[in-house]
Structures are given as structure tokens and as C-alpha cells.
Design a protein around this ligand. Sequence first.
Ligand code: FMN
Length: 170
Amino acid sequence: MIDLIKTRRSVRKFRDTAVGDDELSAIIEAGMYAPSAGNEQAWQFVVLRGEALGEYLRLNGNVPRSAPAGILVCADRTREKYKGMNTAALDCAAATQNMLLAAHARGLGAVWTAVFDTAKDGVTALLGLPGGVEPFAFIPVGHYDGARGEVPERFDTSRIHYNKWQGARG
Ligand SMILES: Cc1cc2nc3c(=O)[nH]c(=O)nc-3n(C[C@H](O)[C@H](O)[C@H](O)COP(=O)(O)O)c2cc1C
């Protein structure tokens, strides 16, 4: 597990090779095992391919264009446990990280991409999302094109504080 966590990298270049629905549902299943506030599981998932994927990319342009498929993670506010604490988004963040790790474990590349506020209404209309279901993050999934990327050194002891704050901000 620790090795998977460290070797996962954001993948933004993909080969022109299909990814099956079985692969995507295995990734989504891992998302559904994430912790969630009050176990409300305030998430929904929309798989995008083909024309729908193309339209999504037109609305939200920060996404690698070569992915054969992707998963839009949506916050389901109707299931949110503590509204003032934005727990639907927190649930979705936990699910998204599980999904990135599951893709990596299956030898697939993926990247967490933001859904811009300016694109949210358009995406909601495009996909016919019901009230209270908001786009949270989009995860393009595919086979790597090239290397996955080096494992960076990120362990930084200056960010760890024991019992009280120590030293300058790392
Ligand atoms: C909340 C969030 C939003 C992100 N949005 C984007 C994005 O819109 N486009 C993108 O290419 N990468 C995006 N990333 C991926 C980060 O750029 C990436 O995780 C970071 O550079 C560290 O690289 P690594 O994932 O390979 O460890 C996002 C990551 C997070 C957590």
C-alpha cells in the first residue's frame, strides 16, 4: 500500500487504447469504500466517453485531451451530513484519492482535475444532473503514454510538530 501511495503520479498523457467499463467500475468501487461523514457517502459518479467526454472537455479545458474515458465525481448535497462543513466535498475528496490509487494499482494512469466554478452550470446542464448534485472533480483514466514519472522526495520533517509548533513554517 505504501509503495502504491508513493509511486502514484498524475498522468496527463494517454495512449489511444480503450479502457473497459469493468476497469472503470472497479475504480469507482474503490471510491465507494472511502470514509465519509456519518457514512452518508455523499457522492455520485458519471462515466464520460465519446461525445459526452468531448463536450465536457469543451466546457472545462484544464483536462488532458487524450484520455479515452473519465469519471466525473459529483457531490450529492442531498446526502450531505453536515452542510456547514462541506462534508459532501470532503467525502468526494476521499473517494477521489481512493480512485486514483485504484487506477494506479490496476496499471492505469489518472489525474485529479478541478471542475472550474465557471464550468459547473454548463456541465450540470450537459449531463442532466439533478438538483443538489454538483460536479466536484473529473478523473481522466487511460493507459500511460510514456513514463509515469519519478517518485519525488516529499517527506519533510519540518512539517511535523510534536505537542506544539516547532521551528519556522516548512
Ligand atoms: C484539488 C486538486 C485539483 C487539481 N486540479 C488539477 C487540474 O485541474 N489539472 C491537472 O492537470 N492536475 C490537477 N491536479 C493534480 C495536481 O497538479 C498534482 O496532484 C500535483 O501536481 C502533484 O503531482 P502528483 O499527483 O504526480 O503527485 C489537482 C490536484 C488536486 C488535489
